[in-house]
Design a protein around this ligand. Structure first.
Ligand SMILES: [Zn+2]
Ligand SMILES: [Zn+2]
Length: 145
């Protein structure tokens, strides 16, 4: 009899160490998605979702690139499975984008008046001291702030 192929994912070594954190963040993500958004502006309702997905990517990124606590196989597995945002991480590796909040904030077509989001402007170059960008609620993510 031929073996029945199962779609079970094979988890790489070290998965059990990061799984609780990722599951935790995913639960928070679901909560944010199901939130009723009462009294919030439409864009604000999306902020927690951006923030949590940022956190997930940052967690994986730090473990691999900074703390060097996970192996390449596990890192790539996380990217493939969507636990971290490949495109966002690719930006973090570029000078000037180390702290980028989300990809939308650097998409010029989303900004009517400027070529980049207000949160990307370094503190010393902008007039307002306290900001929250409309896309993800970022309070400033320029490198060096
Ligand atoms: Zn930002
Ligand atoms: Zn922004």
């Amino acid at each position: 009899m031929p073996k029945i192929k199962t779609s079970r994912v094979k988890y790489p070594e070290g998965w059990e160490l990061i799984e609780p954190t990722l599951r935790d963040l995913e639960a928070k993500m679901r909560e944010a998605e199901n939130d009723t958004h009462d009294g919030k502006r439409k864009c604000e309702a999306l902020w927690p979702i951006f923030r949590i997905s940022h956190q997930k990517s940052r967690y994986i990124y730090d473990l691999y690139y900074r703390r060097k606590e996970i192996k390449r196989e596990l890192y790539e597995f996380c990217l493939d499975q969507g636990y971290a945002d490949k495109n966002l991480i690719a930006k973090w590796k570029k000078p000037g984008y180390e702290r980028l909040c989300c990809l939308r904030c650097i998409q010029t077509r989303d900004h009517n008046f400027a070529t980049t989001c207000v949160c990307r402007v370094p503190k010393h170059l902008r007039e307002e001291t306290v900001i929250e960008c409309v896309h993800c609620g970022c309070k400033g993510c320029a490198s060096g702030d």
